[in-house]
Design a protein around this ligand. Sequence first.
Ligand code: 6R9
Length: 630
Amino acid sequence: MQINSFEEYQETYKLSVDQPEQFWAGIADKFLWRKKWDKVLSWNFSEPTIKWFEGAKLNITENCLDRHLAENGDKPAIIWEPNDPQKDSITLSYKILHEQVCRFANVLKKNGVKKGDRVCIYMPMVPELAVAVLACARIGAVHSVVFGGFSAKSIADRINDAECKVVITADGAFRGNKQIQLKEVIDDALIGCPTVERVIVLTHTRTPVSMLKGRDIWWEDEIKLVDTNCPAEEMDAEDLLFILYTSGSTGKPKGVVHTIGGYMVYAGYTFSNVFNYQKDEVFFCTADIGWITGHSYIVYGPLSQGATTLMFEGIPTYPDASRMWQVVEKHKVNILYTAPTAIRSLMSFGLEPLNGIDMSSLRVLGSVGEPINEEAWHWFDENIGKSKCPIVDTWWQTETGGIMISPIAYVTPTKPSFATLPLPGIQPILVDENGNEIEGNNVSGNLCIKFPWPGMLRTTYGDHERCKLTYFSTYENLYFTGDGCLRDEDGYYRITGRVDDVINVSGHRIGTAEVENAINMHAGVVESAVVGFPHEVKGQGIYAFVIFPNHHEDADLTRKDILQTVTRVIGAIAKPDKILFVSGLPKTRSGKIMRRILRKIAEGDTSNLGDITTLLDPAVVEEIIEKSQK
Ligand code: 6R9
């Protein structure tokens, strides 16, 4: 299933477009099915309905665990590196991981979790998080992992949207020199979550927690009460595997739904190819399992291929800026998959943190989450890869399930800041505002995909209409990504960023409407408008224009209060970097905020604001410019 030369890539790509069903059936054949499919694909983008491997029966954990036991039972499946470098790392072999997953799956069953039930997971980056995810999959429950940085309110919204029955959490999490009180946040969240019957709590930070009688139980107690025999539930290929919430241009996050068969095939295929994974190599993806990158390339992709995946609890700059490189050295990492924001942040410490660290084990480098600027690309290439490791700049999304446009390591010639070419099976097209295809090279437009691939989302949980509206209605018969893109003279793709009202902060998607809603909840705020602006480390920062007529004398204090509100409502990741108090916002006569103008002002480029004559009150623009320059 691995592609080994550029010619082979071209042939494979051609086959995948000419005969997609035959192509994907050939790939799917390399996985373990209890029963093969009756039909490879049926689809219709206007509904949308997308079905892959219909009629097939499987369990994804048999692919990720059981099938490796006979030959590779003792091989490390997960290596875990703790936040504190003084503490010991932990290695779980495939055999042990299998045992732990089965045991915890029995805990879930004992607590009433059944096939199809939704389980919310809010945990630190510890091996038990991977165990919890796989245990859900083992018994056919649908997991919804929520990143440890989200607030109680965000969690409650997600739990209620999916009507989760059980929550799996821990007492707390370590992140650098901070501790996050996970259980306390869950307690706050659950005040408004009537569907939750059980909370399973893992001991990790040993911080005191309150345990509610009849609802809360300890992970450690429960696993003593069950055995390790847990046959995998037989699932349909199109049964739900997980829900993962992501921000869009409207206020409410959407629950992106992935189903078992197609997602498994796509995550496994892309993992094996893009990173050119070789037997016994150590793969290190620095994402958190709370994001899609962690789902696909810490858990499902690597484990489905029998790989060794490294899970890091901490952050790249703790205890100092050499930590990530030390982890690479310590565990002899061969493939390092990280984000431009991490590279830029580490770059700012210079080369000193690299002194004396042996990273000669590295063979492939990867980047994900946002466009990588040329400077960061070259720094990564020269100082980390020593100019001998291919960099795969992988473009994809929560909705796509796996990598879509990317070089294949040791196959595709790379070009700084280009995601290069589509993987086999992926048919990108660029369209103009009216949905007309822009053909040829040296062009740019909105990026769409015109044919289904196995890893694509099937719906948005509980609201199929929203899935249709968001992704399949902007342009007829196309999946719209929300990204702008250019195709250069070689046909190489470069993703230029979101074209909707989504800001990409350190690789995390944040909807402007969501932040505005949070700010507007603060007492005294009349209205606000939020836009992105270029940020040296984060890629994009959040700039908020706020109408707050009677703020305190001390504007800084008011700013802090607003940040506090945003942290409470969404989480610290959505805190604006800049807040400017204004007396009005630029609006059209129909009342629409003209973000285009605010974006320019936030960028500090007020020379050419374009046509502002359609504004209700052009004078506010003058005022905002003046205040922004103070
Ligand atoms: C995997 C992930 C998706 C959005 C996407 C795009 C941006 C991701 C990128 C990239 C340029 C890359 N994005 N990878 N932009 N080059 N290599 O990040 O999923 O959190 O859903 O974000 O991130 O704007 O639309 P998700």
